[in-house]
Unconditional design. Structure first.
Length: 234
């Protein structure tokens, strides 16, 4: 594995080149790329594109309708980005249907992504790993694949989320991709604050859906304390 300060490490990992993070849901950006984003916001610039509205995490709630939950999750994501040193201007919210990205047309989404990324002058794009088991993560990786065919001169990097947590084959998978491991270092507290800004995913907002989604405590600690992992998108 390469380490964060290796001589041949691309400047983007140190915040010296601008980049864009594609997040399937609000919280993926903080979990997978929180420290990376903090370096970007403090340096050459970073932008987050959230593809879904996050409204499907608590389908059994009567108090929190999908529309209300989507507004809550948008506010949480802005708060998370602010914890990392950014602002609401550093977020593009596409608002596509949560858990139904597979229904979206890849070419249409890729065109929209291309326009946004071009508008920010970035040439580095961070994408959830195709090995993630969540179908929205896999769909986002497919959209990025369509975008890469349009813009082969851009650099695309994968960041693992769910496969890093629940796939026993993950160490072997990561090694196969020759990953870059970037320690959070002094940005760990910022990253933790950003993850905790997603309060609805921590059981702190929706109280009438006991079967709704909650991030496991061990999951949060893993992503906050361990290195962030990236590899060139296959």
């Amino acid at each position: 594995m390469n380490v964060a300060h290796a001589p041949l490490l691309p400047d983007v990992f140190e915040g010296r080149e601008s980049f864009v993070v594609l997040a399937p849901h609000p919280d993926d950006e903080s979990l997978g790329c929180g420290a990376l984003l903090a370096r970007g916001f403090a340096g050459a610039g970073a932008h987050v594109i959230c593809l879904t509205d996050g409204s499907a995490s608590h389908p059994g709630s009567r108090q929190w309708t999908p529309g209300r939950l989507a507004r809550q999750r948008h506010a949480e994501m802005v708060a998370a980005i602010e914890c990392l040193g950014g602002s609401a201007r550093d977020l593009t919210w596409l608002g596509l249907a949560d858990s139904r990205l597979y229904q979206a047309d890849a070419a249409t989404v890729a065109t929209k992504l291309e326009q946004i990324i071009e508008g920010h002058g970035a040439r580095h794009v961070f994408v959830p790993a195709a090995e993630d088991h969540h179908e929205d993560h896999q769909a986002t990786a497919r959209f990025a694949g369509a975008l890469r065919r349009r813009r082969p001169e851009w650099a695309f990097y994968s960041y693992p989320v769910w496969c890093r947590w629940d796939d026993p084959e993950f160490p072997r998978t990561a090694t196969r991709h020759a990953p870059v491991c970037v320690p959070p270092e002094d940005l760990r507290d910022r990253k933790r604050a950003a993850v905790h800004a997603h309060r609805s995913q921590l059981g702190r907002v929706v109280t009438d859906d006991p079967s709704g989604f909650i991030l496991p405590a061990g999951f949060i600690e893993k992503f906050v304390t361990e290195d962030e992992i990236f590899w060139r998108m296959p």
